[in-house]
Every structure is written in structure tokens, then in C-alpha cells.
Design a binder for this molecule. Structure first.
Ligand code: MG
Ligand code: ZN
Length: 229
């Protein structure tokens, strides 16, 4: 792989948010709207207002949800990815660009939905862990919490900084408030049009490109970084 204006090939990694970015819906939010009660709206609002962090938000949401494994499977099986995401992953693979998901949601539905789209073995997902407790309770665990900013359950800034240790350029793709740390740490940011991450980038002078779907990002990759096209 060669890049415009560079003699030496550069290594690049792409880190994507899941809910509302890779997946069309905010699957995490929808999960609690489906299997918890209206208190989930207040919990999310408390997080957005900064009264609780995202770890507490997810703990509180899980505590009021009633769902078992088979119900959650059926729910996840109705969820779709951005229809251009698969093509984007294959395009990146051909160029030796690794694509990874970093999510402050729950691993169970992310892996299920990736598998449903034949991407489970192509895209690693770093997320909070979902534990099922019989008969119909769920509980989150936070394997990355202590490594991050301690406000995010799973801080995307941590994953971007880890990727920077082994790659020359790290691209972050996201849409919402859980992407703030990832956007601050990344070399290149793609923020989805009409969503909160754009406002945050503007307020904090973070250079970013706007997009609607992954076909647009793929097009930008071709024109910006890769001279062979
Ligand atoms: Mg999102
Ligand atoms: Zn963070």
C-alpha cells in the first residue's frame, strides 16, 4: 500500500463505533427501550447531562431490563448493519488496513449481529461484557474500564491510543457522545452527519470529516490516502 506524497508505506488502522455507526440503529438504546421500562430514558438523560458516567448508565439500564438469552438473540437478529459496511471491511482488508469495533455497548449483541452479517471472523469487537443471570436478568462487566478515562465504561480513547503504538495512522469513525474520547485521540475522524459527535468536534476544534455511510468513507479513503486508485 502506498500513500500520496510518501515513499514509505504507512500502516493504518480503522476503529469504528458500533451503535448508530456500524449498525443502523442504536441497538443498545433500543434493547433497553424494548426490555426495560421508561426509566431507561431518564438514565440516558442523566448520562448525557453528566450526572452519571457511562459505566453507571449501563449498570442502571441492565438492572431494570428483563430479558433472557433467547429473547436477546431474537432481538439482535432483527438488527441490520450499514449495508455498505461489509464492502468497506473487504476494501480495507485488501489494503491490509485492520478494522476494529470499539463500543461502549455490550459484546453479546455486537458479536451476534456481526456473525449474522458474516463479519464475526473479520472484525474484532472490543466492548463491555454482557452476563446473563437466570432466569431473565443481565449484568454488564467492564474489562477495559480501568484502562480508560474512568468516565467511559469502555473508553474508545484507550483503544485508539493502543492502536497508535503499532500503526502510523489511526482513523476513528463514530456518531455520538460515547465517541468523544476516541475522536480526541485519533489522527483522522469521521463523524456522522446530523449526530452529536459533529457538534462535539466543532465545539472542541477537532478536525473531522462528515459522512452518511461507509461507501462515502471508502470513497474518501481512495481519494485522500491511497494513490493506487
Ligand atoms: Mg454510536
Ligand atoms: Zn473515555
Amino acid at each position: 500500500m502506498t500513500y500520496k506524497g510518501q515513499e514509505q508505506p504507512e500502516t493504518m488502522k480503522v476503529i469504528c463505533d458500533f451503535d448508530g455507526t456500524t449498525a443502523i440503529n442504536d441497538v443498545g438504546n433500543l434493547l433497553f427501550r424494548t426490555f426495560a421500562d421508561t426509566r431507561c430514558y431518564d438514565i440516558v438523560q442523566s448520562w448525557k447531562d453528566g450526572r452519571i458516567n457511562s459505566k453507571q448508565c449501563l449498570q442502571q439500564e441492565c438492572s431494570i431490563a428483563r430479558v433472557n438469552r433467547s429473547q436477546l438473540q431474537d432481538f439482535a437478529d432483527t438488527q441490520k448493519l450499514d449495508p455498505t459496511f461489509s464492502e468497506f471491511v473487504i476494501f480495507c482488508q485488501q489494503l491490509n488496513i485492520e478494522v476494529e469495533i470499539a463500543s461502549d455497548g455490550l459484546d453479546y449483541y455486537i458479536n451476534r449481529i456481526l456473525d449474522n452479517h458474516y463479519l464475526g471472523n473479520k472484525v474484532a469487537a472490543k466492548a463491555n461484557a454482557l452476563i446473563f443471570e437466570e432466569p431473565d436478568c443481565i449484568r454488564p462487566e467492564f474489562p477495559y474500564f480501568a484502562k480508560g478515562c474512568r468516565q467511559c465504561g469502555n473508553c474508545k480513547g484507550y483503544h485508539v491510543n493502543e492502536a497508535k503504538k503499532t500503526h502510523d495512522k489511526v482513523v476513528y469513525i463514530g456518531d455520538g457522545m460515547s465517541d468523544r474520547c476516541g475522536a480526541r485521540a485519533a489522527d483522522v475522524v469521521f463523524a456522522k452527519r446530523g449526530r452529536e459527535l459533529i457538534d462535539y468536534c466543532k465545539e472542541h476544534d477537532i478536525a473531522h470529516r462528515e459522512y452518511d455511510d461507509f461507501s462515502e468513507i471508502m470513497h474518501e479513503f481512495k481519494t485522500l490516502y491511497i494513490s493506487q486508485f
